[in-house]
Design a protein around this ligand. Sequence first.
Ligand code: URP
Ligand code: ZN
Ligand code: ZN
Length: 463
Amino acid sequence: MPLLIKNADIVNADSRYTADILCEGDVITRIDRGITAPSGAEVIDAAGKHVFPGFIDPHTHIYLPFMGTFSKDDYETGTKAALVGGTTTLFEMVCPSRSMSHTEGFALWRQQAEGRACCDYSFHMGVTRFDADSVAQLREIVAAGVGSFKVFLAYKGAFGVDDGELWQTLSLARDLGVVVTAHCENETLVAELQKRLLAAGRTGPDAHHDSRPPRVEAEGVNHLASFAELTGATIYIVHLSCREALERAIAARERGVKVFVETLIQYLVLDKTWAERPGFEGAKYVMSPPLRDATNQAVLWDGLASGLVSTVATDHAPFDFVGQKPMGRDDFTKIPNGIPSLEDRVNLLWTHGVKRGRLTPEQFVAVGSTNAAKIFGLWPRKGVIQPGADADLVLYDPAYRGTISAKTQTQNVDYNAFEGFPIEGRPTVVTVRGEVAVRNGVFCGTVGRGRFLSRVPRRPAGC
Ligand code: URP
Ligand code: ZN
Ligand code: ZN
C-alpha cells in the first residue's frame, strides 16, 4: 500500500525543508508540496513532527557468545527494540570464536538473523584469526556483500588478533577496499593491570576502569594507526571513549592515515562514577573501554559537532544484572562486558545533543544515520530522505516527554543503565521500506521482514 506523509519537516544531514513524502513499494518515489494521495494510500499527517531518515546503528551485538555466556537479545527482540527507538538499520559484529572458521561464523550469524529481523541489517566480519584459509574465506564473505571487517586488539585468548594477523587483515582489507573497524585497547596492558588490581584486593566493578585506563586505549589507537599507515588500509575506531584516544586518532589523520572515529551514547551521557556505585550495582555499567571521567564528555560532543567524530553507536551488548553480571561478583574481570542501549540511543542523543544545544538537528542526523551510511557503503540507499532512497522514515515528536525504564522497554534485558533518565522527544511512527513498523511508540511491523543489506566495498564517501 502506498504511504503518503503530509507536511513533513524533513531533516537531512545537509538540508531542512517542509514537503510531502510519497512512498511506493520499498522506496521514496516523490517529495513535493501538495502531493495528492494515490488510491488506496495510507496518509499520515506529520504536522508538528520532524521527519528524519531512519537511524543507523553501526555497532551492535545482537547475537554474542562472550565471556562464558550469550547476550540476551535475539534478532526479534533486538530489532523490535531498535525500531521502537528509531533505528531502522543496524550493523552487527560477526564474532566467531578462534576455533571457528570465518565461513562458519558468517553462516551462523546469518542464520540468527534470517526470518527474525524486523529491521534491515548488515554485518562487519570479525577477523578473529588469520590462517591459511582466511584469505579465500574472507574474499568470499566480502563478495557475499559484507564490505567491512572487525578486529579486536583486546580480549586476549578470545577474539583478539596478534600483530601478524593484524598486518595480514589490514593488507587484505586494503586490497579489497573494505574498511576495518577496530576495538582499540592494548590487551597485554589490560591483562597485566587486571592481575595487579586483583592481587591488591580490588575485585569489584569499580576496578574495571583502572584495568583499562585512557592510556591503554590511546596506545591501542596509536598501534592500529601505525599498522594502517604502513598497509594503507582504511580504519574505523569503534567505541572511542576519551580525549587521549581521540588525540591519537587526530594525529594519525593529520599524517594521512584514513581513519574514522565512532563514539557511543554511553560515553556521552554516563561517566565512571556509575560503575563505582555501591554493592554490585556498578556491574550494570561495566563495558570496555570503560565509562570515563566526566571531563571526556565535552571532548566527545565537540568532536561530533566539529566532524572529528563521525558516528554515535550503541555497542549494544545486553547481559542481565541477575544471572549474568554476577558471574564476576568476586572478580571484576569475569563480569560480562556491555551496557545495552539500542532502544535509547536516538532519544538520548536528541535530548542531550540537540535539546542541550550541542548538536543541530542536521548534525544529529549526520552522526546518528548519514555518516554511517556513507562510511559503510549504504548511502544514498539509506541515511537520506530523497527520491530513490529506501522509505525508512522516523516521524519524531519533539513535544513528547517521558522517562526511560526497564519496566517499559522492548529490549530483552532485566535492567536499563539509563533508568529514570528523562527524554524530550521520541519516534511516533517508524517505517521500514515503506511499511509502518512503529505506531504511537509501539512495534506493529512484520517479524522477519528485515533484510540483509549487501554492500559493495568502495572508498567511503566523504563525511
Ligand atoms: O563491553 C563491550 N564493549 N562489550 C561488547 C564487546 C565489545 O568489545 O565490543
Ligand atoms: Zn569492543
Ligand atoms: Zn562491540
